[in-house]
Design a protein around this ligand. Structure first.
Ligand code: SME
Length: 165
């Protein structure tokens, strides 16, 4: 699946106007640039955060039974730079090898609190030959922020990124 021209939705917010396709085009370019992994994951976090309802974006890599924060972009650092695979929404996405969307974090017992303003969360695993190697974790200050477009879009980013990590 090609990113450019695929997602179609325009978004507007405090951070200005843009579209998922604009973000996808820039992501595709950097992911395929041959840059170092850390430079790529840093860029991906910064770029994804331009989407108005993506308040905090992090990329965790799988390290044995732990998830280790590789890159992040957001208003503040998380208290969870290392999470056990059995814990949190982050752990659930790895165990289930599937995207987890939580519309209201305060009503999900798996949720590991990080930021006082977070209301909803999406976690998308990066699979290599069916094995989870990393994940993209996005928090939103809005309740039920993540739509089917977000799911398709972030899964596309995860697939692109998995090919170079
Ligand atoms: N809320 C996550 C923990 C990571 S922070 O959001 C950055 C979870 O429940 O796994």
């Amino acid at each position: 699946m090609k990113g450019v021209g695929k997602f179609g939705e325009v978004m507007a917010g405090e951070k200005g106007k843009g579209s998922y396709d604009d973000v996808a085009a820039r992501l595709e370019k950097i992911i395929r640039s041959g840059s170092q992994k850390k430079a790529i994951t840093d860029f991906v976090c910064r770029e994804l955060r331009k989407i108005p309802h993506y308040t905090w974006v992090g990329i965790y890599t799988v390290d044995g039974q732990d998830l280790v924060l590789a890159s992040w972009s957001g208003p503040s650092a998380t208290q969870h730079p290392r999470i056990q695979v059995g814990q949190g929404i982050c752990g659930a996405a790895i165990t289930e090898k599937a995207t987890v969307i939580v519309s209201d974090v305060n009503s999900d017992p798996r949720y590991l609190p990080c930021f006082i303003n977070t209301r909803s969360e999406i976690v998308v695993p990066l699979l290599k030959d069916g094995v989870p190697v990393a994940e993209i974790d996005i928090d939103s200050d809005q309740l039920a922020a993540f739509t089917p477009t977000d799911k398709t879009f972030v899964e596309w980013v995860a697939q692109e990124l998995a090919s170079v990590l």
